[in-house]
Write a protein that binds this ligand. Structure first.
Ligand code: PMP
Length: 408
């Protein structure tokens, strides 16, 4: 019965991971996957997470009953405070509808389904489309296509300057029809590592107010940009404070709590009134029921403990700082090796300037191919590397290969 089913291509990122695993070369380096690794290249269970897990497992009152459809209430409310701030007026005014989701991907999907059902495309006279940054996380296109909302690129990254194309971005914001939907990376843009400055965010928010655009925030790296959870929420909090900007936030705890496989996330929809917010929450619950019934409990309980117990929260802040700090240190080492030791031709300032887990090296496809095939250094063809894959033991090797492919 499935003779008409065509073979789908493999996912590019996961394909890279499988190829890395199969490679027998002893100096191979995986810079493809967007997951934190310690200085030995190993996955890291955060000490705060370990403490919460241990307490949970020892607690005999914890059972395996279903959570409610919208998830663990103490998790969603504390997750909302984490991104919006403990003093958020929107939370105090009961204008935030929060639902626990299957990590950030699930939040993006639930947000996309919600928009596809309830956003006033016809009323506002806008196409069923969402503007996404060029480039963006590859899954954004797939997620919006799957719910019948067409992803359309907006200029974001300028390969000539290896930096933000602020003019191109803001020109598109201005020329788009009023009340268009724009997807924004809250911080640590994937894949470029290029974020607007706080001043640029204010100018972007001004245009949202002027044009009545909807902001679809994707926040997968809170804490990874600066090492400071509050600072990384700056753009989102600024938009929410503007009040008149309609928005939602997709939140993932995969990276900042190292809970990749536990699938812990939330969707927060901010409305103009508490009445609208209650209606939004009721519809999110209807969608969630038909898709997953109820979200998974364990990871949400871990994060809830970390967010609500002051000692654990302080430990988590230190854990996040440690991860961000190691990444910043790797940026400096790679930069120093290329510029001071090897004197590699070209300007490498962007390695220091870019933010979060990823760096766009600015190499061409052939150079990336050589890194992979000859150097056994696994990276995506657009020259994105995960800084978390670099360690004090392999950074010299990687710098040496970058130098080689740039020179030859
Ligand atoms: N959005 C962006 C921009 C991401 O980079 C990621 C992770 N790669 C996600 C969302 C979602 O990841 P997860 O589903 O693992 O939380």
């Amino acid at each position: 019965v499935w003779s008409q089913v065509p073979q789908a291509p493999e996912d590019a990122i996961f394909k890279l991971t499988y190829a890395y695993k199969a490679d027998q070369y002893d100096r191979k380096v995986n810079l493809g996957v967007g997951a934190y690794r310690d200085d030995d290249g190993k996955p890291w269970v955060l000490p705060s997470v370990k403490q919460a897990q241990t307490a949970l497992i020892a607690d005999e009152s914890v059972d395996h009953e279903y959570l409610s459809i919208t998830g663990l209430a103490e998790f969603t409310s504390s997750a909302a405070k984490l991104i919006l701030g403990g003093d958020s007026a929107a939370i105090a005014e009961k204008r935030v509808a929060s639902v626990q989701t299957i990590s950030g991907t699930g939040a993006n999907h639930l947000g996309a389904v919600f928009l596809s059902r309830f956003y006033g495309f016809e009323k506002f006279g806008v196409e069923r489309q969402i503007y996404i940054s060029n480039p963006t996380w590859a899954n954004h296109k797939a997620i919006f296509n799957s719910v019948g909302i067409k992803p359309v690129d907006y200029p974001y990254y300028d390969p000539k300057t290896i930096a933000l194309d602020f003019e191109g971005f803001t020109n598109t914001l201005r020329s788009a029809k009023n009340q268009s939907i724009f997807l924004l990376h809250a911080c640590a843009h994937n894949p470029t590592g290029v974020d607007p400055t706080p001043e640029q965010w204010q100018q972007i928010a001004d245009i949202f107010v002027e044009k009545g655009h909807f902001a679809f925030f994707d926040c997968a790296y809170q804490g990874f940009a600066s090492g400071d959870l509050d600072r990384d929420a700056g753009a989102v909090r600024h938009f929410v404070a503007r009040k008149s900007i309609p928005l939602l936030i997709c939140q993932s705890f995969a990276k900042n709590a190292g809970l990749y496989g536990e699938r812990v996330g939330a969707l927060h929809v901010v409305s103009a009134t508490p009445e609208q917010s209650a209606a939004v929450l009721s519809q999110l619950a209807v969608i969630q029921r038909s898709e997953i019934s109820n979200p998974p409990a364990f990871g949400a309980r871990v994060v809830k403990m970390i967010l609500t117990e002051p000692k654990l929260y302080a430990q988590w802040q230190a854990d996040v700082k440690k991860m961000a700090g190691r990444i910043i240190d790797m940026r400096q080492r790679l930069f120093d090796l290329l510029t001071k030791q090897l004197k590699t031709p070209g300007n490498w300032d962007h390695i220091l300037k870019q933010i979060g887990m990823f760096t766009f090296l600015g190499l061409d496809t052939d150079q990336c191919k050589r890194l992979l095939e000859e150097g056994h250094i696994y990276l995506t063809a657009n020259s994105r590397i995960s800084m978390a894959g670099l360690t004090t033991k392999n950074v010299e090797y990687v710098a040496g290969w970058i130098d080689k492919v740039v020179r030859e």
